[in-house]
Ligand binder design. Structure first.
Ligand code: HEC
Ligand code: HEC
Ligand code: HEC
Ligand code: HEC
Ligand code: HEC
Ligand code: HEC
Ligand code: HEC
Ligand code: HEC
Length: 427
């Protein structure tokens, strides 16, 4: 595999891009197709021929501001983004859009200084994650549908309409911001803001920019891309929510003030302060339960009561040395990939508690959906109860085994099987 592989990132020599990658990361993978039409064309010629070849694209473009800019600006036709030589066509990268939209591109690049997560770093985050290269190809090919937000600008205002109005609405975000570890869609639509949007939003004038006075309730972009800034990372305190943070560091106090300024477009600042403190409080309660579950698992591991034990489960291909020096891992802090697969039932329950129950409650608290916070905490409490009960029966079983002088031996059960074999083939 290694000699053919030519992915990008830390593990690029271990995985091979599919043809679709040229759309998701055109800067890295798009290569002009030489067998296409030959010649250099002016914008009007591109449009004329493509009206027959790809009418949907041309119609989308005709509706866009690129076809009819405000004021004196000249239209931007097909060649403005793809180039004029049909044998050397480009798929535009953020930098290509930035040639005319320097402000948005600059703000987007600025996200990098806030670290992970951010849109600008999303591609690195995905392909540099160990489980991206360790899991079977069929499971990871889809990661980049969402993580390509870093490598092209048509995620929120889609091609070829490139409409700002489209991007202002929550539907522009929830194509990616949905699903159990990041239920931004469900929690927003359950909030007072989201319910009002669902009831009335169809009648609002979406051609207006997202600034104070233009909308009765905020949408995702109103809050996270304040005043149209192409920057989603400058306020994130709890970030993705998978690690506990100190929400009161100097940096986080700056971010907190930025949040309060957003809410203050419509609410009293003191009220906003109290709501944000409520989020910190929710996180504290959630982490107390998560730490208790993690401590239970560590104790079980210490007493050798978790199976498969480290040496009995297949190491991920990148961690080949663990065949010889197995390492016990519990929870996120010791390696994310290890938390997903080939773990005992109780470890998987802990993973779900932390990744689904915990993150669901977080986003509910962040987005103002009190029923979903209660529901998330009920689930956390039930999961913790289950972890305690499972731990008790594992301990009872261990005691009985010791008393009887037997030891359950699953043999190579975990080391073989279709999933493991698939993993070993790499991707
Ligand atoms: C004489 C007709 C004609 C003209 C003129 C023309 N194209 Fe095309 N173009 C095509 C055809 C045919 C295809 C292949 C479509 C397909 O595969 O479905 C194509 C494909 C493309 C693609 C997709 C390339 C890919 O890698 O998938 C782009 C982008 C494109 N054209 C842009 C342009 C631009 C920009 C111009 C003007 C500079 C232009 N075209 C002028 C006929 C034309
Ligand atoms: C050659 C210059 C040029 C390039 C390259 C370019 N644009 Fe534009 N863009 C414009 C102009 C001109 C307008 C219209 C501005 C106006 O009407 O005031 C515009 C408007 C827009 C708008 C606003 C639409 C609205 O509904 O208000 C968006 C969004 C946009 N461009 C996105 C992009 C993206 C994404 C790319 C790269 C894929 C891109 N542009 C590449 C020149 C360009
Ligand atoms: C504002 C920049 C911009 C303009 C103007 C533009 N395109 Fe595109 N085009 C894009 C982007 C961005 C993509 C997506 C590339 C990717 O997926 O990485 C794209 C993709 C394409 C594709 C291949 C993918 C697909 O959707 O099938 C074709 C064909 C295409 N454009 C044709 C055209 C034609 C014809 C015109 C003129 C009517 C045009 N484009 C004008 C930015 C532009
Ligand atoms: C094409 C998919 C996609 C779309 C569309 C998208 N995002 Fe994201 N977003 C992501 C990914 C992927 C990440 C995580 C990046 C990483 O792993 O570093 C992310 C991260 C974020 C973050 C976290 C930043 C932080 O520092 O914690 C915020 C906030 C965010 N997006 C808001 C939005 C908003 C608001 C919209 C709509 C206007 C939106 N996103 C549209 C894919 C998308
Ligand atoms: C449905 C869209 C989607 C898909 C598919 C997806 N992600 Fe993400 N991913 C996101 C979003 C959105 C976030 C950030 C959520 C937040 O900040 O709340 C994220 C966050 C992450 C993070 C954590 C970022 C951080 O810095 O904390 C990693 C790592 C990651 N994704 C890797 C992957 C990998 C690997 C895959 C494929 C197995 C994948 N993602 C598939 C949307 C997606
Ligand atoms: C996470 C979603 C998202 C991504 C990704 C995104 N945009 Fe935008 N874009 C928006 C939103 C939302 C607006 C409307 C902002 C407003 O109301 O002022 C917008 C508006 C614009 C406008 C019109 C601004 C105006 O004042 O009329 C341009 C130009 C633009 N974006 C360019 C880009 C470029 C270039 C990129 C890639 C670097 C990009 N966008 C990526 C969400 C996004
Ligand atoms: C009323 C403003 C508001 C709206 C509307 C809103 N959010 Fe949030 N969002 C927040 C707050 C506050 C947090 C917690 C921020 C923190 O911990 O710093 C948050 C957290 C997040 C995060 C985690 C990263 C971060 O910034 O901490 C993502 C991703 C996210 N929201 C996406 C979305 C999406 C997608 C939508 C629309 C479906 C949306 N949000 C709607 C205010 C909002
Ligand atoms: C553009 C105006 C606007 C902004 C900005 C805004 N809100 Fe709201 N908010 C409203 C409106 C209007 C309602 C009442 C909606 C309804 O019930 O119809 C509301 C309701 C709420 C509620 C439910 C209130 C209750 O008493 O039940 C909470 C919580 C809330 N907002 C939190 C926030 C937070 C936190 C922020 C900032 C991160 C914020 N809002 C930003 C307009 C806004």
């Amino acid at each position: 595999m290694a000699d053919e592989a030519k992915g990008i990132g830390l593990y690029g020599d271990s995985w091979r891009p599919d043809p679709v990658h040229e759309y998701w990361d055109p800067g890295a993978y798009h290569r002009p197709e030489r067998e296409l039409v030959e010649g250099r064309f002016a914008g009007a010629e591109c449009v004329e021929c493509h009206q027959g070849v790809t009418p949907g694209i041309v119609n989308g473009w005709r509706q866009s501001r690129h076809a009819k800019p405000a004021g004196a600006a000249a239209p931007v036709a097909c060649d403005g983004c793809h180039g004029g030589d049909h044998q050397a066509l480009r798929f535009p990268t953020p930098a290509d859009c930035g040639a005319c939209h320097d402000r948005q591109h600059g703000q987007f690049l600025e996200e990098r200084r806030y670290g992970f997560p951010s849109h600008a770093l999303a591609m690195e985050r995905a392909v540099d994650a160990k489980h991206f290269v360790d899991k079977p190809k069929a499971e990871v090919a889809s990661c980049l549908q969402c993580h390509s937000v870093a490598t092209k600008c048509d995620s929120c205002h889609t091609r070829h309409a490139f409409s700002a109005a489209e991007a202002r609405r929550p539907e522009a975000c929830i194509t990616c911001h949905s699903g159990p570890p990041h239920p931004d869609d469900e929690t927003y639509f359950a909030s007072a803001h989201g319910r009002r949007y669902l009831a009335e939003g169809a009648g609002w004038d979406w051609s207006k920019p997202l600034v104070k006075g233009n909308y009765p309730v905020p949408t995702c972009a109103y809050c996270h891309m304040r005043e149209g800034r192409h920057q989603v990372a400058d306020k994130a305190i709890w970030k993705f929510g998978i690690r506990e943070v100190n929400p009161r560091t100097a940096e986080n106090n700056v971010k907190r003030r930025r949040w309060i300024a957003v809410c203050a477009d419509c609410h009293e600042p003191d009220q906003a302060k109290a709501w944000l403190a409520g989020l910190d409080d929710e996180r504290k309660r959630a982490w107390a339960m998560l730490y208790e579950a993690e401590a239970i698992l560590r104790d079980l591991r210490g007493d050798d009561l978790l199976h498969p034990a480290p040496g009995a489960r297949p190491p991920y291909p990148l961690d080949w040395w663990e065949q010889y020096w197995p390492i016990a891992r519990i929870g996120f802090y010791e390696g994310q990939a290890s938390a997903f697969y080939n773990v005992s039932g109780i470890e998987r329950d802990y993973f779900e508690m932390w990744y689904f129950d915990g993150l669901g409650a977080y986003k509910a608290a962040a987005h103002g959906a009190p029923d979903a916070v209660r529901e998330g905490h009920d689930r956390l409490a039930r999961s913790l109860e289950r972890v305690r009960a499972e731990a008790a029966s594992l301990r009872a079983l261990g005691t009985a085994e010791r008393a009887a002088g037997v030891r359950a031996d699953p043999g190579p059960l975990w080391l073989r099987g279709p999933y493991t074999d698939l993993n070993r083939e790499r991707n």
